[in-house]
Design a protein around this ligand. Structure first.
Ligand code: NAP
Length: 486
């Protein structure tokens, strides 16, 4: 494992849920792997008044909880050496002075400002860093989602951050792109000859992308109610996954070569506007039900939830990519909270054989399918037809599975481990460029506008189901079904 350059990483929102649950455990694991040299520093920054010891205790307890048996007290001591805490209220200029005292003696180091706070603080934090001359030529800024709430607010953040950091120092994170299975999808497409001739209209019948969560809004009612499923999941993760499937082969491994191809896909998405939106999208909101055998309340009964909220917790869409490669191939996207199980997958269904000379099973399973599973486990499975044992040529579907753990015998990196090391190394490939974000919002905003214009209220679905029946009809009208319904 290659060592990282010596760095100072300032984690704004360092006491928050994301930092404690994902970012700090990911850094701990990179430290255990020997990638972080002794001089590097990780500086938690947040409003809470904490001593370094109190902060360390919070981080330790969180690493223990989230890493379970992987947590090692000896290795923790080594990791803890890197950790510092500075109280910084983003609204207080003086607090940045204290941060400056810590950072300034090391001007040559890679300096990463990870903004794990709400988007309203992104520009104020970056501007305060600039006022205190803390943005060095080797500084990078990492922006967590959501990057604004619509095209206009996102553009404003990008504009203000763009005045202070060059585009090549801005890392807009979409952690789905850090997943091993997504990386492997790229390897499968562009490291092999096999799939390319099949990767197009005429060969692929349709594509499904599902990101299902079994959890509800948890502690984030106010945040979520302001955002909804379309902006929380589709605008970023799901469109990024769609881009990885639909993009043309990049001309090289350079970051911009991949990002150029992704933005072309986003610009080729057929706009959904006006009444068309009502035909091609389904909004849903969960009502009380049971998930994993336990009763759960409905969205409107969640703590701190406005009782008349019409925010969608589920959305399904039929999307067309208007390009020579994909004309006529529907992409179906769906995502929701409080669905039957936690599952994220991409399913690519190939066309049937032109002529069947053997007895085939009379089921939709009889088509070739490539299933890229991202959650709960990461895997890639290709379903093909094989002869079933015995007399006669009777075909049955069987799976060829790419089992990463078995094939490589090494642990897969968690998405944030990969993305954080990419930031420190300055590798931009897996991060969204500004024009990608703008193209994504330009496609999303008219959908919301049409919902509003036509007063499209979310259809209710029972918690623990797979969403409103209308989502099944959306795909069923074209003669297909979601994979879980096959
Ligand atoms: P959170 O638990 O509410 O934490 C927010 C953090 O921001 C806390 O550390 C808080 O510090 C700090 N903060 C708030 N106001 C501040 C201010 N004025 N100055 C300085 N620090 C301030 O939120 P989170 O869940 O960690 O999420 C952080 C961001 O990541 C959000 O934009 C969220 O949408 C996004 N995100 C979260 C997740 C997730 O799984 N949690 C996933 C993807 C994206 P104090 O507590 O010390 O006040």
């Amino acid at each position: 494992m290659q060592s990282l350059p010596t760095f100072d990483l300032v984690l704004f929102g360092g006491t928050g849920d994301l930092a404690m649950r994902k970012l700090l455990p990911a850094l701990y694991r990179r430290s255990c792997a020997g990638q972080i040299d002794a001089a590097s520093r990780i500086v938690g920054a947040a409003r809470s008044q904490l001593t370094r010891e109190e902060y360390l205790e919070q981080v330790r307890s969180s690493c223990e909880t989230h890493l379970g048996s992987v947590f090692d007290a000896k290795k923790w001591t080594q990791f803890a050496e890197h950790l510092q805490y500075v109280r910084v209220d983003a609204q207080s200029d003086d607090d940045f002075g204290r941060l400056g005292e810590l950072l300034r003696p090391q001007p040559q180091r890679v300096r990463v400002f990870f903004l794990s706070t709400g988007p309203d603080l992104f520009a104020p934090i970056a501007e305060a860093l600039a006022r205190h001359s803390l943005i060095s030529p080797v500084s990078r800024v990492v922006l967590e989602k959501p990057l604004g709430y619509d095209g206009a607010s996102s553009a404003e953040i990008n504009e203000r951050i763009g005045k202070l950091f060059p585009e090549t120092s801005i890392f807009r994170i979409d952690h789905y792109l850090g997943k091993e299975a997504v990386q492997n999808l790229l390897a499968l497409r562009f490291g092999n000859q096999l799939f390319e001739p099949l990767w197009r209209r005429g060969r692929i019948q349709h594509v499904q992308i599902t990101v299902a969560e079994d959890v509800g809004v948890e502690r984030r009612a106010q945040f979520y109610d302001h955002v909804g499923a379309l902006r929380d999941m589709v605008q970023n993760h799901m469109l990024q996954l769609l881009c990885i499937i639909a993009m043309e082969p990049p001309a090289s491994g350079a970051a911009d070569a991949t990002r150029d191809e992704k933005v072309k896909v986003l610009r080729a998405l057929r706009p959904l506007t006006g009444r068309d939106v009502l035909q091609k999208t389904v909004r849903g909101q969960y009502k009380a039900g049971a998930v994993n055998g336990k009763p759960v309340v409905g969205y409107l009964e969640e703590k701190d939830m406005p009782k008349d909220s019409s925010t969608e917790t589920f959305v399904a869409l039929k999307v067309q990519v208007d390009s020579w490669r994909w004309a006529g191939v529907p992409f179906y996207l769906r995502t929701g909270k409080r669905l039957q199980e936690k599952q994220a997958e991409i399913v690519i269904t190939f066309e049937d054989v032109p002529l069947s000379i053997y007895e085939r099973p009379d089921t939709p399973h009889a088509l070739n399918r490539l299933v890229i599973q991202l959650q709960p486990e990461e895997s890639i499975t290709l379903s093909v037809l094989a002869k079933s044992p015995g007399h006669g040529m009777v075909l049955k579907p069987v799976d060829l599975s790419l089992d990463f753990a078995d094939a490589f015998k090494t642990r897969q990196l968690d998405a944030y481990e990969r993305l954080l090391t990419d930031v420190i190394n300055g590798t931009l490939t897996l991060f969204m460029r500004r024009d990608e974000l703008e193209a994504a919002w330009s496609w999303i905003d008219p959908i919301r506008a049409a919902w509003q214009q036509h007063d499209e209220r979310p259809k209710s679905y029972t918690a623990g189901s797979w969403g409103p029946a209308a989502a099944s009809s959306l795909i069923g009208r074209d003669g297909f079904a979601w994979r879980n319904e096959l």
